[in-house]
Design a binder for this molecule. Structure first.
Ligand code: ZN
Ligand code: ZN
Length: 234
């Protein structure tokens, strides 16, 4: 369902960014600078599989490896390819944070985009934000997403240091995209932490993909051991 323009953690060349296409709109989960570079390189119509009608970006939290490309994406879509951008945020507080970035810092033309909360979403899929915890500095400002796309549930953790908030959303045939980290600094899901929940998650018939990887090789070995997959790169 989701494909990835990058699946690396903060200091990798291609930071984590997933996408799908809905009614000719390219829907991104976060937008690091590296994702915008890939979009420009591949071509937005190529990614959309048709003439792209617009871009939606679902924000999980405001770390640079997740929102660093939003300002430039708005400029690019407005001035170069002339399609609208909609930024979907999980809370009113995040709407303020993102508008500070787009208005005050990036100085984006207001005609080029709008920022909405998920309850205002008008699309052929639904989205519910899942509050989680990640770093102390962004307490209360970090989220994952539960999407229902063509009758399929997709759960996306964003950056999180716990799987707890996601468990109630994981059912048979749910596609679960979870971050995982070899180097556990208390702000991400460690391999050990993931292993503790892995049998329960798989036992429900949920399909698991690992993303936001700080060590591709170690994550690949871990995925094989647990019988799950790495997030599919485009
Ligand atoms: Zn991150
Ligand atoms: Zn983060």
């Amino acid at each position: 369902m989701l494909r990835f323009l990058g699946r690396g953690s903060a200091f990798h060349t291609n930071n984590n960014c997933a996408f799908f296409v809905s009614q000719g709109t390219l829907v991104l989960l976060d937008c690091p600078s590296s994702a915008l570079n890939r979009i420009r390189h591949i071509g937005i119509d190529e990614l959309a599989g048709t003439k792209a009608q617009g871009v939606k970006v679902f924000v999980t939290h405001t770390h640079a490896d997740h929102i660093g490309g939003i300002g430039s994406l708005i400029h690019y879509c407005y001035y170069i390819i002339h399609i609208p951008v909609e930024i979907v945020v999980p809370s009113a507080e995040l709407a303020k944070d993102i508008s500070y970035l787009t208005e005050r810092l990036d100085g984006c033309c207001e005609k080029g985009y709008k920022i909405i909360t998920a309850d205002k979403l008008n699309a052929d899929f639904t989205a519910k934000a899942i509050p989680t915890s990640h770093t102390p500095e962004l307490e209360g400002r970090c989220f994952g997403w539960c999407l229902e796309i063509n009758g399929r549930r997709v759960v996306y953790t964003g950056d999180t240091n716990t799987l707890g908030p996601y468990m109630e959303y994981l059912e048979k045939d749910t596609l679960f995209y979870s971050e995982i980290a070899l180097h556990d600094a208390g702000v991400h899901i460690s391999f050990e932490e993931f292993e503790k929940r892995s049998d329960e998650i798989k036992g429900r018939g949920t399909k698991v993909f690992l993303m936001h990887l700080d060590d591709e090789q170690a994550a690949g070995e871990e995925a094989e051991k647990l019988g799950v997959q790495l997030a599919p790169l485009y």
